[in-house]
Write a protein that binds this ligand. Structure first.
Ligand SMILES: [Fe+2]
Length: 203
């Protein structure tokens, strides 16, 4: 069992300075793009927005969202060339239903799963009950991750995953990046840099 778990996910603790996480939290919560998640019905009641980019568009992402720069520098895998980044805010009473990540599939209508998914836990409330990330390979549960602030988690892109209902006085905030390694042909359909939000930005 342990062998399977090791292959399915990995996590690092205390990855960033606490000050960076505080800054990231406040920037995400005050970001004009933050709105009801537009990811899918599996995310009903949650908040977020998406930033889609190719490796060649990273500079543009960092220019538009300087707050993401340290995360991108640490979390992005060299082997990947297309990314779907999602800050995700789960308030009390919300949950994420089981799904496989495939957000980038909408660009050329070809079902595609990421090579891996990275998750940074930015804020995990002290009084949090629930909110665990449950990982499944087929019918088998291969991991149940209790979120802790400042853990950077990677899990295999083909895993079905869900988040148990969050019960807490403050939101549980994470920064998720679906990381893809696409062929040159598929990559042509992906924008250099695009923002998707249910909210029209306030300027
Ligand atoms: Fe997901």
């Amino acid at each position: 069992m342990n062998k399977i778990i090791t292959k399915c996910y990995a996590q690092r603790h205390n990855v960033f300075p606490v000050e960076y996480l505080d800054e990231l939290r406040s920037q995400i919560l005050s970001c004009s793009y933050l709105a009801a998640s537009q990811l899918s019905h599996n995310f009903t009641g949650t908040k977020g927005f998406s930033v889609i980019f190719k490796r060649s568009g990273i500079g543009e992402v960092e220019q538009h969202f300087p707050m993401f720069k340290p995360y991108l520098q640490v979390a992005l895998k060299q082997a990947c060339n297309a990314f779907y980044l999602n800050p995700l805010v789960l308030e009390g009473g919300t949950r994420v239903e089981p799904h496989v990540d495939c957000s980038i599939s909408s660009y050329d209508m070809t079902f595609t799963i990421p090579n891996l998914v990275s998750v940074l836990y930015i804020q995990v409330p002290q009084d949090l009950q629930g909110g665990e990330l449950v990982l499944q390979a087929g019918e088998h549960q291969v991991g149940i991750i209790e979120p802790r602030t400042n853990i950077l988690l990677y899990f295999r892109g083909d895993l079905v995953h869900s988040v148990n209902e969050v019960k807490s006085s403050q939101p549980r905030i994470s920064l998720i990046c679906e990381q893809y390694n696409l062929s040159a042909t598929r990559l042509e359909h992906i924008p250099e840099f695009e923002i998707k939000s249910a909210q029209k930005p306030r300027f």
